[in-house]
Write a protein of this length. Structure first.
Length: 335
Protein backbone atom coordinates (compact mmCIF):
# COMPACT_ATOMS: atom_id res chain seq x y z
CA UNK A 1 0.00 0.00 0.00
CA UNK A 2 1.34 3.43 -0.95
CA UNK A 3 2.31 5.60 2.01
CA UNK A 4 0.28 8.78 2.37
CA UNK A 5 2.43 11.90 2.16
CA UNK A 6 2.01 14.44 4.94
CA UNK A 7 0.70 17.83 3.95
CA UNK A 8 2.60 20.96 4.95
CA UNK A 9 -0.17 21.81 7.45
CA UNK A 10 0.01 18.37 9.07
CA UNK A 11 3.80 18.59 9.25
CA UNK A 12 3.72 21.97 11.02
CA UNK A 13 1.23 20.67 13.61
CA UNK A 14 3.24 17.47 14.22
CA UNK A 15 6.49 19.38 14.70
CA UNK A 16 5.18 22.44 16.52
CA UNK A 17 7.13 21.57 19.68
CA UNK A 18 10.35 22.32 17.79
CA UNK A 19 9.33 25.96 17.37
CA UNK A 20 10.28 27.69 20.60
CA UNK A 21 7.48 30.24 20.32
CA UNK A 22 3.73 29.84 19.84
CA UNK A 23 3.03 27.09 17.32
CA UNK A 24 -0.10 28.88 16.16
CA UNK A 25 2.02 31.86 15.12
CA UNK A 26 4.40 29.72 13.08
CA UNK A 27 1.48 27.98 11.41
CA UNK A 28 -0.08 31.32 10.44
CA UNK A 29 3.25 32.64 9.13
CA UNK A 30 4.05 29.62 6.97
CA UNK A 31 0.45 29.48 5.78
CA UNK A 32 0.58 33.11 4.66
CA UNK A 33 3.80 32.43 2.75
CA UNK A 34 2.30 29.24 1.29
CA UNK A 35 -0.77 31.12 0.07
CA UNK A 36 1.26 33.92 -1.54
CA UNK A 37 3.54 31.31 -3.13
CA UNK A 38 0.57 29.61 -4.76
CA UNK A 39 -0.63 32.92 -6.21
CA UNK A 40 2.84 33.80 -7.52
CA UNK A 41 3.29 30.25 -8.85
CA UNK A 42 0.08 30.67 -10.84
CA UNK A 43 1.38 33.93 -12.34
CA UNK A 44 4.84 32.47 -13.11
CA UNK A 45 3.29 29.49 -14.90
CA UNK A 46 1.19 31.66 -17.19
CA UNK A 47 3.89 34.29 -17.71
CA UNK A 48 4.21 33.59 -21.41
CA UNK A 49 0.46 33.89 -21.98
CA UNK A 50 -0.22 37.27 -20.41
CA UNK A 51 1.51 40.61 -20.24
CA UNK A 52 3.80 40.00 -17.27
CA UNK A 53 7.02 39.45 -19.19
CA UNK A 54 9.78 41.99 -19.66
CA UNK A 55 10.80 45.01 -17.64
CA UNK A 56 8.22 47.16 -15.85
CA UNK A 57 10.02 50.35 -16.88
CA UNK A 58 11.05 51.13 -13.32
CA UNK A 59 14.11 50.36 -11.22
CA UNK A 60 14.32 49.09 -7.66
CA UNK A 61 16.48 50.41 -4.82
CA UNK A 62 19.43 48.44 -6.24
CA UNK A 63 19.26 50.38 -9.53
CA UNK A 64 18.21 47.23 -11.38
CA UNK A 65 15.35 47.11 -13.87
CA UNK A 66 12.26 45.71 -12.17
CA UNK A 67 10.61 42.93 -14.11
CA UNK A 68 6.82 43.11 -14.25
CA UNK A 69 6.60 39.79 -12.45
CA UNK A 70 8.95 41.13 -9.73
CA UNK A 71 6.48 43.89 -9.01
CA UNK A 72 3.50 41.52 -9.03
CA UNK A 73 5.22 38.99 -6.72
CA UNK A 74 6.23 41.79 -4.35
CA UNK A 75 2.64 43.06 -4.16
CA UNK A 76 1.20 39.58 -3.58
CA UNK A 77 3.55 38.70 -0.73
CA UNK A 78 3.12 42.06 1.02
CA UNK A 79 -0.64 41.93 0.62
CA UNK A 80 -0.96 38.32 1.84
CA UNK A 81 1.36 38.76 4.83
CA UNK A 82 -0.33 42.03 5.82
CA UNK A 83 -3.84 40.57 5.64
CA UNK A 84 -3.07 37.58 7.87
CA UNK A 85 -2.35 39.89 10.85
CA UNK A 86 0.70 37.99 12.04
CA UNK A 87 3.64 40.22 11.05
CA UNK A 88 4.44 43.68 12.38
CA UNK A 89 6.81 44.57 9.55
CA UNK A 90 8.05 43.52 6.13
CA UNK A 91 11.26 44.39 4.31
CA UNK A 92 11.50 43.51 0.62
CA UNK A 93 14.36 43.64 -1.81
CA UNK A 94 12.00 45.54 -4.10
CA UNK A 95 11.15 48.29 -1.56
CA UNK A 96 13.34 51.25 -0.61
CA UNK A 97 12.37 51.07 3.06
CA UNK A 98 10.74 48.60 5.43
CA UNK A 99 6.95 48.55 5.82
CA UNK A 100 5.42 48.85 9.28
CA UNK A 101 2.18 46.90 9.70
CA UNK A 102 -0.36 47.52 12.44
CA UNK A 103 -3.22 45.02 12.53
CA UNK A 104 -6.68 46.56 12.83
CA UNK A 105 -7.27 45.91 16.53
CA UNK A 106 -3.91 44.72 17.83
CA UNK A 107 -2.09 48.00 18.46
CA UNK A 108 1.29 46.73 17.23
CA UNK A 109 0.98 43.45 19.14
CA UNK A 110 2.37 41.24 16.35
CA UNK A 111 5.80 39.80 17.05
CA UNK A 112 7.42 38.88 13.72
CA UNK A 113 9.16 40.64 10.86
CA UNK A 114 9.60 39.04 7.45
CA UNK A 115 12.36 39.88 4.98
CA UNK A 116 11.75 38.71 1.45
CA UNK A 117 13.20 38.49 -2.04
CA UNK A 118 9.88 38.09 -3.86
CA UNK A 119 11.26 36.82 -7.17
CA UNK A 120 14.90 35.79 -7.21
CA UNK A 121 16.40 35.26 -10.67
CA UNK A 122 13.57 37.10 -12.39
CA UNK A 123 15.70 37.95 -15.44
CA UNK A 124 15.31 34.24 -16.25
CA UNK A 125 11.51 34.55 -16.60
CA UNK A 126 11.59 35.58 -20.25
CA UNK A 127 13.50 32.43 -21.19
CA UNK A 128 11.45 30.00 -19.08
CA UNK A 129 14.19 29.15 -16.56
CA UNK A 130 13.42 28.46 -12.89
CA UNK A 131 12.98 31.37 -10.49
CA UNK A 132 12.16 31.46 -6.79
CA UNK A 133 11.17 33.35 -3.65
CA UNK A 134 13.40 33.60 -0.56
CA UNK A 135 12.09 34.47 2.91
CA UNK A 136 13.55 35.09 6.34
CA UNK A 137 11.66 35.44 9.66
CA UNK A 138 12.77 37.11 12.92
CA UNK A 139 11.11 38.00 16.19
CA UNK A 140 11.06 41.75 16.71
CA UNK A 141 13.51 43.19 19.24
CA UNK A 142 11.70 46.49 19.94
CA UNK A 143 8.90 46.54 22.56
CA UNK A 144 5.56 45.02 21.59
CA UNK A 145 2.92 47.72 21.34
CA UNK A 146 5.19 50.11 19.44
CA UNK A 147 5.73 50.41 15.68
CA UNK A 148 8.68 48.45 14.30
CA UNK A 149 11.95 50.26 13.67
CA UNK A 150 15.01 49.58 11.51
CA UNK A 151 16.57 47.76 14.49
CA UNK A 152 14.02 44.94 14.11
CA UNK A 153 15.32 44.18 10.62
CA UNK A 154 19.05 44.62 11.19
CA UNK A 155 19.51 41.40 13.16
CA UNK A 156 22.33 38.93 12.49
CA UNK A 157 21.31 35.79 10.61
CA UNK A 158 21.93 33.55 13.63
CA UNK A 159 18.81 35.13 15.22
CA UNK A 160 16.44 33.93 12.48
CA UNK A 161 13.54 31.82 13.76
CA UNK A 162 12.69 30.44 10.31
CA UNK A 163 13.82 30.78 6.71
CA UNK A 164 13.15 29.14 3.40
CA UNK A 165 12.53 29.43 -0.30
CA UNK A 166 10.02 28.48 -2.95
CA UNK A 167 11.37 27.26 -6.27
CA UNK A 168 9.03 27.63 -9.24
CA UNK A 169 10.51 24.96 -11.49
CA UNK A 170 9.31 21.84 -13.27
CA UNK A 171 7.49 21.30 -10.00
CA UNK A 172 6.93 23.94 -7.33
CA UNK A 173 8.62 23.29 -4.00
CA UNK A 174 8.62 25.05 -0.64
CA UNK A 175 11.74 24.33 1.42
CA UNK A 176 12.12 25.69 4.95
CA UNK A 177 13.73 25.36 8.37
CA UNK A 178 12.91 26.50 11.90
CA UNK A 179 16.36 25.47 13.15
CA UNK A 180 15.61 21.73 13.30
CA UNK A 181 16.72 20.49 9.90
CA UNK A 182 15.43 21.27 6.42
CA UNK A 183 12.31 19.83 4.80
CA UNK A 184 10.95 20.20 1.28
CA UNK A 185 7.29 20.19 0.20
CA UNK A 186 6.09 19.79 -3.39
CA UNK A 187 2.92 21.42 -4.65
CA UNK A 188 0.25 19.18 -6.15
CA UNK A 189 -1.20 21.73 -8.60
CA UNK A 190 -4.40 19.72 -9.12
CA UNK A 191 -5.56 20.36 -5.54
CA UNK A 192 -3.27 23.22 -4.48
CA UNK A 193 -1.70 21.34 -1.56
CA UNK A 194 1.98 21.09 -0.58
CA UNK A 195 3.09 17.56 0.40
CA UNK A 196 6.26 16.52 2.24
CA UNK A 197 8.40 15.11 -0.56
CA UNK A 198 11.96 15.73 0.67
CA UNK A 199 12.27 15.09 4.44
CA UNK A 200 15.52 15.93 6.25
CA UNK A 201 17.35 17.45 3.28
CA UNK A 202 21.15 17.58 3.60
CA UNK A 203 24.11 18.61 1.50
CA UNK A 204 26.41 15.67 0.74
CA UNK A 205 29.73 16.34 2.55
CA UNK A 206 31.51 16.36 -0.82
CA UNK A 207 30.29 17.41 -4.22
CA UNK A 208 31.39 17.67 -7.83
CA UNK A 209 29.55 20.82 -8.91
CA UNK A 210 30.80 24.39 -8.67
CA UNK A 211 28.40 27.23 -9.45
CA UNK A 212 29.84 30.62 -10.29
CA UNK A 213 29.53 33.17 -13.09
CA UNK A 214 32.84 32.39 -14.78
CA UNK A 215 32.29 35.30 -17.17
CA UNK A 216 33.42 37.50 -14.25
CA UNK A 217 36.58 35.43 -13.63
CA UNK A 218 38.94 38.23 -14.69
CA UNK A 219 37.49 40.47 -11.95
CA UNK A 220 37.71 37.92 -9.08
CA UNK A 221 40.30 38.10 -6.36
CA UNK A 222 43.21 35.66 -6.40
CA UNK A 223 41.85 33.23 -3.78
CA UNK A 224 38.66 32.60 -5.74
CA UNK A 225 40.60 32.29 -9.01
CA UNK A 226 42.87 29.73 -7.36
CA UNK A 227 39.91 27.66 -6.16
CA UNK A 228 38.24 27.73 -9.61
CA UNK A 229 41.51 26.50 -11.17
CA UNK A 230 41.60 23.75 -8.51
CA UNK A 231 38.04 22.72 -9.52
CA UNK A 232 39.16 22.49 -13.17
CA UNK A 233 42.30 20.41 -12.59
CA UNK A 234 42.38 16.81 -13.81
CA UNK A 235 43.29 15.06 -10.59
CA UNK A 236 41.50 12.54 -8.37
CA UNK A 237 37.75 13.07 -8.76
CA UNK A 238 38.33 16.36 -10.55
CA UNK A 239 37.68 18.25 -12.75
CA UNK A 240 34.37 19.21 -11.20
CA UNK A 241 31.35 20.09 -13.30
CA UNK A 242 30.45 23.75 -13.76
CA UNK A 243 26.72 24.44 -13.38
CA UNK A 244 25.37 27.99 -13.09
CA UNK A 245 21.72 28.92 -13.63
CA UNK A 246 21.88 32.51 -12.41
CA UNK A 247 18.99 31.99 -10.01
CA UNK A 248 20.29 31.56 -6.45
CA UNK A 249 17.30 29.44 -5.40
CA UNK A 250 17.77 27.02 -8.30
CA UNK A 251 21.55 26.78 -7.95
CA UNK A 252 21.31 26.27 -4.17
CA UNK A 253 18.52 23.69 -4.52
CA UNK A 254 20.46 21.60 -7.04
CA UNK A 255 23.67 21.73 -5.02
CA UNK A 256 21.89 20.70 -1.81
CA UNK A 257 20.48 17.63 -3.53
CA UNK A 258 23.51 16.67 -5.64
CA UNK A 259 26.45 18.14 -3.71
CA UNK A 260 28.22 21.30 -4.76
CA UNK A 261 29.36 24.81 -3.94
CA UNK A 262 27.76 28.13 -4.92
CA UNK A 263 29.96 31.21 -5.20
CA UNK A 264 29.19 34.88 -5.70
CA UNK A 265 32.46 36.55 -4.74
CA UNK A 266 33.27 40.22 -4.51
CA UNK A 267 35.33 41.45 -7.44
CA UNK A 268 37.10 44.50 -8.77
CA UNK A 269 33.71 45.56 -10.16
CA UNK A 270 31.49 44.71 -7.15
CA UNK A 271 33.85 45.36 -4.24
CA UNK A 272 31.15 44.73 -1.60
CA UNK A 273 29.78 41.63 -3.32
CA UNK A 274 26.46 41.54 -5.16
CA UNK A 275 24.02 39.41 -3.16
CA UNK A 276 21.99 41.02 -0.36
CA UNK A 277 22.82 39.94 3.16
CA UNK A 278 19.27 40.21 4.53
CA UNK A 279 17.16 38.92 1.64
CA UNK A 280 19.40 36.24 0.12
CA UNK A 281 22.54 35.36 2.08
CA UNK A 282 21.16 35.06 5.64
CA UNK A 283 18.19 32.81 4.81
CA UNK A 284 20.28 30.62 2.49
CA UNK A 285 23.10 30.43 5.07
CA UNK A 286 20.60 29.34 7.75
CA UNK A 287 19.27 26.63 5.43
CA UNK A 288 22.79 25.55 4.45
CA UNK A 289 23.95 25.12 8.05
CA UNK A 290 20.74 23.27 8.96
CA UNK A 291 21.38 20.95 6.00
CA UNK A 292 24.91 20.00 7.09
CA UNK A 293 26.53 22.56 4.78
CA UNK A 294 28.58 25.71 5.33
CA UNK A 295 28.05 29.34 4.34
CA UNK A 296 30.74 32.01 4.47
CA UNK A 297 30.94 35.63 3.36
CA UNK A 298 34.65 35.49 2.63
CA UNK A 299 36.64 34.19 5.58
CA UNK A 300 33.84 34.54 8.14
CA UNK A 301 30.52 32.81 8.86
CA UNK A 302 27.60 34.62 7.20
CA UNK A 303 25.22 34.17 10.15
CA UNK A 304 27.57 36.12 12.45
CA UNK A 305 27.59 39.28 10.29
CA UNK A 306 25.94 42.27 12.01
CA UNK A 307 23.89 44.07 9.34
CA UNK A 308 24.26 47.85 9.09
CA UNK A 309 21.74 48.65 6.35
CA UNK A 310 18.64 47.10 4.73
CA UNK A 311 20.15 46.53 1.30
CA UNK A 312 23.67 45.62 2.36
CA UNK A 313 25.63 43.39 -0.02
CA UNK A 314 28.29 40.81 0.84
CA UNK A 315 30.31 38.13 -0.96
CA UNK A 316 28.64 34.73 -0.56
CA UNK A 317 29.83 31.12 -0.71
CA UNK A 318 27.80 28.12 0.44
CA UNK A 319 27.40 24.42 -0.11
CA UNK A 320 28.91 21.06 0.71
CA UNK A 321 31.04 21.21 3.84
CA UNK A 322 34.32 19.89 2.40
CA UNK A 323 34.10 22.05 -0.72
CA UNK A 324 33.58 25.25 1.28
CA UNK A 325 36.44 24.25 3.61
CA UNK A 326 38.75 23.81 0.61
CA UNK A 327 37.71 27.22 -0.74
CA UNK A 328 38.53 28.72 2.68
CA UNK A 329 42.08 27.38 2.36
CA UNK A 330 42.52 29.36 -0.87
CA UNK A 331 40.96 32.50 0.63
CA UNK A 332 43.35 32.29 3.60
CA UNK A 333 46.36 31.65 1.36
CA UNK A 334 45.76 34.72 -0.79
CA UNK A 335 44.27 36.99 1.85
Amino acid sequence: MQQKHKTLGEFIIENQSEFQYSSGELSKLINAIRLAAKVVNHEVNKAGLVDVLGAAGDTNIQGEDQQKLDVLANEKFIQTLSNREIVCGIASEEEDDFISINSNDKKHQNKYVVLIDPLDGSSNIDVNVSVGTIFSIYRRVTPIGTPVTLEDFLQPGKDQVAAGYIVYGTSTMLVYTTGHGVNGFTLNPAIGTFYLSHPNMEFPEDGKIYSVNEGNYIHFHQGVKGYIKYCQQEEGDRPYTSRYIGSLVSDFHRNMIKGGIYMYPKSSVTEQGKLRLLYECNPMAFLAEQANGLAIGGRNRVLDVQPTELHQRIPFFCGSRNMVAKLQEFLEKYH
